[in-house]
Write a protein that binds this ligand. Structure first.
Ligand SMILES: NC(=O)c1ccc[n+]([C@@H]2O[C@H](COP(=O)([O-])OP(=O)(O)OC[C@H]3O[C@@H](n4cnc5c(N)ncnc54)[C@H](OP(=O)(O)O)[C@@H]3O)[C@@H](O)[C@H]2O)c1
Length: 208
């Protein structure tokens, strides 16, 4: 199941598997839905590919009432009746992912806030907390859901390094999956900081 989704995702993807956790790092490009709606881009690509390959999918939205965000999923439901179920869940609400996860074997943890710098007023509240607390909430629900055997979590290249100058200090000037961004902070680059801290939290839980 994983290799299908990974190989069909466009862009460079590095992955690493330990204790059932897979890390996707890369340049994810727009899918066909984001020409008009740039939200939930990666998730829509994954959902669409899973449905097209015959899988049943449970997905979540933050708010059912947000029609523009739910519309692309409703559209997929009409194309794949009976195989896509939509649930409501918030990263900041512990246990809110339980109904969606029930009976699933693979969880793709893709939801994580991204904001352009000019929209960030409080990086800790807007980015760090939903990313890190959200990852913890999702993975704790995984641990309480016996059917789940594998988790895929989307990271980002910015979780590997903070500045291109850092790469000169690396062996053979090459980034590998062993690298984590150590220079970004919640003040200087809150998105990258949120992603690296979320990923560290995920590895901590996976190895516990
Ligand atoms: N797109 C890229 O080029 C790229 C590159 C590297 C890594 N990634 C990673 O890939 C993943 C998906 O990226 P994307 O571009 O598809 O992002 P996106 O379009 O911004 O989608 C992120 C999703 O997270 C949801 N979300 C945010 N806060 C939430 C909360 N508190 N509760 C529930 N849902 C929440 C958003 O829901 P709402 O729609 O309700 O806000 C949205 O559906 C992220 O982990 C991102 O860091 C993306």
């Amino acid at each position: 199941m994983m290799s299908d989704a990974q190989s069909e995702l466009r862009g460079r993807i590095a992955c690493k598997t330990t204790a059932g956790l897979v890390r996707l790092v890369g340049n994810f490009f727009h899918d066909r839905y984001c020409a008009c709606d740039r939200r939930k881009r990666v998730a829509l690509e994954i959902i669409q590919q899973l449905l097209a390959s015959g899988r049943r999918v449970h997905t979540t939205v933050r708010d059912f009432r947000n029609e523009p965000k739910v519309r692309p999923l409703k559209h997929l439901q009409t194309r794949f009746p009976e195989r896509l179920q939509i649930f409501e869940a918030n990263l900041l609400s512990p246990r809110s992912f339980e109904p969606a996860m029930h009976g699933c074997t693979v969880v793709f943890h893709v939801a994580s806030p991204f904001l352009l710098p000019e929209k960030i007023k409080d990086g800790r509240r807007q980015l760090f907390e939903p990313a890190v607390d959200g990852t913890r909430n999702v993975l704790e629900t995984v641990n309480g859901t016996p059917s789940v055997t594998r988790v895929v979590m989307t990271s980002t290249i910015g979780a590997m390094f903070g500045d291109y100058i850092n790469v000169h200090q690396m062996k053979d000037e090459t980034l590998t999956e062993e690298h984590f961004n150590t220079s970004s902070t919640v003040e200087t680059y809150p998105y990258h900081f949120s992603k690296v801290e979320a990923e560290k939290e995920a590895w901590r839980i996976a190895k516990a």
